[in-house]
Write a protein that binds this ligand. Structure first.
Ligand code: PLP
Length: 164
């Protein structure tokens, strides 16, 4: 993956929940997500006591950049689902979010091994989350993993996952 740390957990849902908690996103924070996603994504956000804000997707199944731009001021963070291998424009999304200091988490449940401009999907955000549930690219029955370059996020996620 080209990242420094990984933590295996029970599901991608758990990885998403832990990513939100370990990234320092406060309770009650608003998190932008694509409207075309899987129910586990808003569920993980609500589980983390935050609020999902939906952004429309285009006919190409990718999050609409205009929607991100127009709603970013309302949000504290962005969680991108790359649905069914349709990778969103990570250069544009990173540029928008970095300009205003909003963290990105990637739901890469469908995107193990895929790239955007040569970089692995899941390695763009502060944390990338993958699923090993039985319909996914790597089938472990159930399971998930999070990847990050941030040692503080990793340590917090390890402690909160109970995996120590
Ligand atoms: C896009 C997407 N994100 C997250 C998940 C949650 O993964 P898990 O079942 O490992 O919790 C799924 C599905 O299972 C999914 O399809």
């Amino acid at each position: 993956m080209g990242v420094d740390y990984t933590l295996a957990v029970s599901s991608c849902s758990a990885a998403l929940f832990l990513s939100i908690k370990a990234s320092g996103i406060s309770p009650k924070a608003s998190i932008l997500i694509p409207a075309f996603t899987f129910a586990a994504v808003p569920s993980a956000i609500i589980h983390a006591d935050c609020l999902p804000i939906l952004c429309e997707c285009g006919e190409n199944y990718r999050i609409d950049l205009y929607e991100i731009r127009s709603k970013l001021a309302l949000a504290d963070a962005v969680l991108i689902s790359h649905m069914c291998g349709h990778t969103s424009d990570m250069d544009a999304i990173l540029a928008e979010c970095e300009a205003v200091g909003k963290p990105i988490i990637e739901d890469a449940a469908h995107s193990l091994g895929t790239t955007w401009n040569g970089q692995m999907i899941g390695s763009f955000g502060k944390v990338g989350c993958f699923s090993f549930q039985s319909y996914k690219l790597l089938n472990a029955g159930e399971g998930g993993i999070l990847v990050t370059d941030d040692p503080e996020i990793l340590v917090k996620a390890v402690i909160m996952s109970g995996a120590y």
